[in-house]
Design a protein around this ligand. Structure first.
Ligand code: ATP
Ligand code: MG
Length: 332
């Protein structure tokens, strides 16, 4: 079975609709066809300031949401990144193989650091794509299910894996980004040209899966559209409506074409009201399932402990091989 690997940050507590449609849905699908490793990436979370108590709580909330979304610990390996020390260890090696200019070209870093200002931007934020390189290569992953915003980091991973293999001998599998075109980028409801994001500037544009469903319904109903009246998918000229159609089609398992037909001659109000109902119907049981996992932290922690053990077995082997190839003297 080919390997899959991905990770999601425990930063905001709740996942948002973009996380689910762009990434987590694909995690669930790939556990059927792949030997899949999924992790809550707490090491990535500390690239921006975190309150320790909240980080600890949010790590469990993230794991609970992954289970509620359909990850089955019998069919995939679910763990917390910091439970597997090899991530930080391999990241150092990868830091030493990455060019400063190469890292400086990462657009996620440029965007995020521009928002924060240079003095508040950590070196960790600068090197986080390289930690991601280590995350992926440790498991010899073939497929990496992510949203469009991560494509550049997967390209970087391939470049560095090739570089290592070229210099030190075949060691790492070259991974491919597994990006589902239709849902690769879910947009902010208030600014449908910007990615829906945990660190979103406009909370009104962000649908959090764990929010009160009434709040989410309201946000859908006040989504920014356009002054035209036709319900038609046109990402360029009608980004707001197109985003709503994508969300609607994916959550209900129908197609955009089918929706265009169903809403012919109807107004945006009808589309938004119906989509608000769809979202409420989806998030209500999702929240309940997440809460069930959170109500039983011993079981949740046991799942994560078992996951970490399985992950470490794979990661330790890759790290040992890497150290050996690089010429590190083995400890006796
Ligand atoms: P931040 O803005 O702080 O980076 P985030 O919203 O991007 O947070 P992450 O935990 O970094 O959340 O991303 C988890 C996964 O969700 C990644 O695979 C990412 O590509 C995907 N993702 C994030 N936002 C979207 C979106 N708007 N549409 C589709 N996929 C998304
Ligand atoms: Mg992100």
């Amino acid at each position: 079975r080919p390997r899959a690997l991905s990770g999601i940050q425990p930063t905001a507590g709740s996942f948002h609709l973009g996380n689910y449609l762009g990434a987590v849905r694909q995690y669930v699908a790939l556990q059927e066809s792949h030997d899949a490793f999924y992790m809550v990436v707490d090491l990535h979370a500390i690239t921006v300031p975190q309150d320790p108590k909240e980080l600890r709580a949010n790590t469990r909330v993230a794991a609970a949401q992954l289970l509620a979304a359909g990850l089955d610990p019998e069919r995939c390996t679910l763990f917390v990144q910091s439970h597997v020390p090899e991530h930080a260890q391999l990241a150092w090696v990868m830091n030493c193989l990455t060019g400063f200019g190469e890292a400086s070209r990462m657009t996620q870093f440029k965007d995020k650091s521009a928002k924060q200002g240079a003095d508040r931007t950590t070196v960790g934020l600068f090197t986080y794509p390289i930690l991601q390189v280590a995350d992926i290569l440790l498991y010899q992953a073939n497929a990496v299910p992510v949203g469009e915003d991560q494509r550049q980091h997967i390209e970087l991973t391939r470049d560095i894996a090739e570089r290592f293999n070229g210099r030190f001998g075949q060691t790492f599998t070259l991974p491919s980004a597994h990006i589902v075109r239709e849902t690769a980028k879910i947009y902010d409801l208030q600014d449908p040209t910007a990615k829906m994001s945990k660190s979103s500037a406009t909370p009104k544009g962000l649908i959090n899966l764990l929010d009160d469903p009434k709040v989410s319904a309201k946000k859908i109903k006040s989504a920014v559209t356009d002054t035209d009246t036709v319900i038609r998918f046109d990402a360029e000229n009608k980004p707001g409506v197109s985003n709503l159609l994508t969300i609607y089609a994916t959550l209900t398992g129908t197609t955009v074409a089918e929706l265009e037909q169903r809403y012919e001659g109807k107004g945006y109000g009808a589309l938004k009201t119906d989509l608000a109902d769809v979202v409420v119907e989806w998030v209500t049981p999702f929240r309940a399932r997440t809460q069930e996992y959170l109500d039983d932290p011993e079981t949740l922690d046991a799942v994560l402990a078992k996951g970490a053990e399985k992950a470490r077995a794979v990661a330790a082997e890759t790290l040992a091989q890497t150290y050996d190839r690089m010429g590190f003297l083995p400890a006796k």
